[in-house]
Design a protein around this ligand. Structure first.
Ligand SMILES: [Zn+2]
Length: 141
C-alpha cells in the first residue's frame, strides 16, 4: 500500500496551493506515466479556481470539453486580471472544480436573495413613509 502526501507549492504570485498526491509503495512507477495516474497510482489535484496571474480564487471555465474518457480540456479565465489558461484535467480535478463552482453559485444565489429582500424592505419602508408624510388618509378620497 502507498500513501497520500500533501505538498504545498508557492506560486510566483505568492499564493500557496496544496497538491494531494498518492505515492505507490513500490516506488518503481514513473510519476509522469499517465496510465499510472488513471490507475490511481498517483492522485494529483490541482485547484482550478486559483488564478496563475493574480492568485485570486474566482477562475471559471469558458469552455469545457471531454477530450477522452475521464479527461477534460478546460479553457479557464480569471475575471479579476483576465488571465487565461487551457489545460487537460482528470475527472477528479474537474469534479472537485464543479463542486467549487456549485458552492460559489449557491453563495451568489443566497446573496441575491438577501439583497432582493433588503431592497423590498426598503421599498416598503419608502412607500410607508411616503404615505405617512403625505398624510394620505382614507377620508381624503
Ligand atoms: Zn487573476
Amino acid at each position: 500500500m502507498g500513501e497520500f502526501h500533501i505538498k504545498r507549492i508557492v506560486l510566483p504570485s505568492g499564493k500557496t496551493v496544496e497538491i494531494v498526491y498518492y505515492q505507490a509503495s513500490d516506488g518503481e512507477r514513473p510519476v509522469s506515466d499517465l496510465r499510472d495516474i488513471e490507475a490511481g497510482a498517483e492522485l494529483h489535484v490541482r485547484r482550478l479556481e486559483l488564478c496563475g496571474g493574480c492568485g485570486g480564487e474566482r477562475v471559471h471555465p469558458t469552455e469545457w470539453n471531454e477530450v477522452e474518457e475521464m479527461r477534460w480540456q478546460l479553457e479557464l479565465r480569471c475575471p479579476d486580471c483576465e488571465w487565461r489558461h487551457t489545460d487537460t484535467y482528470d475527472a477528479h480535478e474537474v469534479e472537485r472544480f464543479d463542486d467549487v463552482l456549485n458552492d460559489a453559485t449557491d453563495r451568489l444565489i443566497e446573496e441575491l436573495d438577501r439583497v432582493t429582500r433588503e431592497n423590498m424592505n426598503e421599498a416598503v419602508d419608502r412607500f410607508r413613509s411616503a404615505l405617512e408624510s403625505d398624510g394620505i388618509m382614507p377620508f381624503d378620497f
